[in-house]
Design a binder for this molecule. Sequence first.
Ligand code: PEP
Length: 246
Amino acid sequence: MARQFFVGGNFKMNGSISSIKEIVSNLNNAVLDAEVEVVVSPPAIYLQLVRESIRSGIEVAAQNVYDKPNGAFTGEISVSQLKDSNINWAILGHSERRTILKESDQVVASKTKYATENGVSVIWCCGESLEEREAGKTVEVVTKQLEALKAQVSDWSKIVIAYEPIWAIGTGKVATTEQAQEVHKAVREWLKSVSDKVAEDTRILYGGSVSEKNCGELSKQPDIDGFLVGGASLKPAFVDIINCRK
Ligand code: PEP
């Protein structure tokens, strides 16, 4: 079965009621490639606004979710609260949370396990720093992150992997098609250690300064199954990225 192309929009901590209404209206009025799965991820406070106003067919993701049921966890959102609000996706392990919020590989894996076992699909992010890339450690770093995930997760059907080199996020420095494809291929090879089926079925997205200008070439790579888009998902050009294969 061919992997469905996937485009995620990570708004990060950006937007206001009016700007997010404008993004939603732009998506609602656009002609979108029907073969592409689209998931947008606004800040928590706007999840409900987007859920209630976005066209059917586009899913909504939280930018974080906790690995415990409801309770005394100030500032966190639970899986059951997401599901109660018809939010069926979460982004976990984004490098900004790994580096700024100090989320370890194990914490990210635990949250991913809890979310997927309780019915929330996950865009699980991984990627290396510039220093690690320059030291030739890219595949080693990504493999370590994947191993931590494998140690806790058993159902991979609700996971989409986003390879996001940290040096390419928000910097305008996109990985070359060869650099991206090389890591995606290595991730797919590694996924065979889970099973051949998981390697064949799991979508691997590229993230890091994706724009309407570079998405076409990247999308032609055999192991690139879509994108996780930050900055450009706030702009009308997000539509061109969704439609990059048309
Ligand atoms: C991201 O935040 O996941 C991302 C890839 O950001 P940008 O597209 O802005 O580099």
